[in-house]
Design a protein around this ligand. Structure first.
Ligand code: KG4
Ligand code: ZN
Length: 345
């Protein structure tokens, strides 16, 4: 069935159409359209996302992107879903998408009796994003996924889940302070790099020595599956304050190594404890090739398959929201159609 999706939780306006089939047992997705209007340049001078600017940009971009799919949406007569991200995210930004979706849903109802309107969880979008078609068109073997351990790493979240199926999971742990993406962004600011900091740090780290500065690996030996990244960021702050001639490359490489060690170590420990057949990685930080490589390598060492979405689906987009909408529909999960900034997974 056709899924129309809208995403406005942070600083990317996304509208997508996908074709979904197979239900929870054998979900398959084909991208029909996937548009993203990025606001990075607008927020860059402020060093981070400014909620009211994000809201203004979403209001401007939504009708422009919707125009591109409007003919298809209007022609739609068979069973379909319209879905919108209801959270988590910045509430002023979320509301723009929710209100826009309500408007187009109400306008379409007369024409199309078979369209359903459902809310999507942004984190479920990231979680399921590996199901979107990948670079190599390789088929996912669903018998090799569950039980699975999933790591979601973004600008707002660092969450570790144990998954028994596509609709049954348990949160093992999460960050107690900063999300890992937030730590990349804050460290980038300390180094005078532009927003978003993750890609900038990754670039510089390639030229640095990851073993040159012994930054801490917070909570790496703790028995639980929680994370903490604010101490690591503070260690970088003290280091750059106390070492006038520091190398940005070495700081980036050493910081990235510390963050990666913690993420990989806890994920692998969870995979071992729960006998996981696979490890899933998603969220904006999953675009980091160093983290992807390290986690894949360690996953394979313990006999786990490793799945991560194609790079462009790690960044916020509406295609992953369409997947989350379809899966929520299959799970009979009904989110209220209203913005909820702190929605959990
Ligand atoms: O998932 P996302 O697009 O938005 C949220 O839902 O938060 O994630 C954005 C975060 C930012 O903190 C950004 O710095 C980080 O993902 N990020 C990266 C990389 N690319 C984006 N972090 C590390 N390395 C990267 N290559
Ligand atoms: Zn996100």
């Amino acid at each position: 069935m056709r899924i129309y999706a809208i995403e406005t939780s942070c600083d990317e306006t996304g509208i997508a159409i996908i074709e979904a089939s197979g239900g929870l047992k054998n979900p398959k997705f084909k991208i029909i359209k996937n548009f993203v209007a990025s606001q990075i340049k607008i927020h860059r001078p402020f060093g981070g996302v400014v909620p009211n600017l994000a809201k203004r940009e979403h209001l401007k971009n939504l009708p422009i992107l919707f125009k591109k799919i409007e003919p298809l949406f209007k022609k739609q007569k068979s069973e379909s879903i319209l879905t919108v991200t209801v959270g988590p995210g910045l509430e002023p930004a979320l509301w723009t998408g929710v209100n826009f979706a309500k408007e187009i849903f109400n306008a379409s109802k007369k024409n199309n009796k078979k369209i359903k309107f459902i809310g999507s969880n942004h984190l479920e979008g990231h979680l399921y994003s590996f199901l979107l078609p990948g670079e190599k068109k390789e088929k996912i073997n669903f018998s090799k996924i569950f039980p699975s351990v999933a790591l979601i790493v973004s600008g707002g979240h660092t969450i570790l889940l144990k998954m028994d199926s596509f609709d049954k999971w348990k949160k093992l742990g999460e960050t107690r302070d900063d999300a890992v993406g937030e730590a990349f962004d804050k460290v980038a600011r300390l180094l005078d790099l532009q927003y978003p900091g993750g890609p900038e740090i990754e670039k510089l780290a390639k030229k640095g020595n990851p073993n040159s500065i012994p930054f801490p690996r917070p909570m790496i030996h703790d028995k639980n599956y929680d994370f903490s990244f604010s101490g690591l960021k503070t260690a970088v702050l003290y280091y750059v304050r106390d070492n006038k001639n520091f190398s940005k490359e070495d700081v980036s490489a050493s910081f990235q190594q510390s963050a990666t060690d913690v993420l990989v170590s806890k994920t692998i420990r969870a995979a071992k404890e729960f006998g996981a057949k696979s490890i899933l990685l998603s969220g904006g930080v999953a675009s980091n090739k160093f983290i992807r490589k390290q986690l894949k390598k360690e996953a394979e060492k313990i006999g786990c398959s490793f799945f991560a979405p194609k790079t462009k689906y790690n960044q916020d987009n509406a295609a992953m929201i369409a997947v989350a909408g379809y899966m929520a529909y299959c799970r009979n999960k009904k989110y209220k159609i209203e913005a909820k900034g702190d929605l959990d997974i």
